[in-house]
Structures are given as structure tokens and as C-alpha cells.
Design a protein around this ligand. Structure first.
Ligand code: 5GP
Ligand code: ZN
Length: 137
């Protein structure tokens, strides 16, 4: 069900103008208003769902497939050299709009984006311990 306070629900309802690129029965793809690179776009499900924790399986599937279509358009029409898919789940992970969405970010060999994290060294015991925690033994 649509959330009255959600800007992406307003976009789905046609109450907020966006530059749409593509839509289907379940998803809409449109340009991000503050792009990180030339062509940065978002794919959202029409159905309101807060984020990755809560999205139903079919929502994840449909948005991923729409994101692939968009990535291919970016390659073929914008001539990008690669694409990043990004999803942020909760504020700790940079989520600012609480309607599930996938960023599709075309990348160019000479663009200024950098990896947001630094790979760290970790002891193998520590990796094993974390894996154990995740397995729930
Ligand atoms: P998040 O920070 O939740 O991962 O991503 C939200 C994205 O939505 C941001 O990249 C932001 O620029 C974009 N955004 C926020 N409000 C609007 C809007 O009204 N129109 C469009 N086209 N994009 C928006
Ligand atoms: Zn919404």
C-alpha cells in the first residue's frame, strides 16, 4: 500500500515529476535528481516496501531484472564502460529514502568515483568466528 509520506510513492502516483526512462507493470526507472555520474538512475517497485529487509522476493527479482535492462541501455546508449548497482538498507548504510530502490550508476573509465571502503586485513580465526556467528551454530 502507498505511504502518504513517501516521495517515491508520490512519483509512482504521478504526483512528483521525474525523468522516466522505462516502466513496466511492477517497476519504474527514472533519473536520480542528484546524479553521481552522467546517467545515474533509480529503479523502484511500484509497491511501497521500506527496504531490503522487508522487500518480498518477487519485488527483489523484478527490480533486479529492470536494473539489468537499464544497465544495458546505459552501455548501449550512453557508452558507459561499466555499471555499479547500489542498494542502501537503513541509515547506517546511507539509506535516505525509505522506499526500496536500486541505484544503477553508469561508470566511465575517467569518472571521479572512488571505492567508499578500504579492504582490511583480517586473521583467518576471526573470519571463521564471524562465519560461525552467521551460520548460527
Ligand atoms: P538513498 O540515499 O536512499 O540510497 O537514495 C535516494 C536517492 O533518491 C538519492 O540518490 C537522491 O538523489 C534521490 N532522490 C531523492 N529525492 C528525489 C526526487 O524527488 N526525485 C528524484 N528523481 N530523485 C530523488
Ligand atoms: Zn513508497
Amino acid at each position: 500500500m502507498a505511504d502518504d509520506d513517501c516521495i517515491f510513492c508520490k512519483i509512482v502516483a504521478g504526483e512528483l515529476p521525474v525523468q522516466k526512462v522505462e516502466e513496466d507493470e511492477h517497476t519504474i526507472s527514472f533519473m536520480d535528481i542528484n546524479p553521481w555520474t552522467r546517467g545515474h538512475a533509480l529503479v523502484i517497485p511500484r509497491e511501497h516496501t521500506r527496504n531490503l529487509y522487508e522487500a518480498p522476493e518477487e519485488t527483489l527479482h523484478r527490480t533486479s531484472v529492470a536494473a539489468q535492462r537499464l544497465a544495458l541501455r546505459m552501455r548501449d546508449r550512453l557508452g558507459c564502460d561499466g555499471v555499479n548497482l547500489l542498494n542502501s538498507c537503513e541509515p547506517a548504510a546511507w539509506q535516505t529514502v525509505f522506499h526500496y530502490h536500486v541505484h544503477v550508476i553508469p561508470r566511465y573509465d575517467d569518472d571521479p568515483l572512488e571505492l567508499p571502503g578500504k579492504p582490511q586485513e583480517v586473521e583467518s580465526d576471526e573470519l571463521a568466528k564471524i562465519a560461525e556467528e552467521l551460520r548460527g551454530a
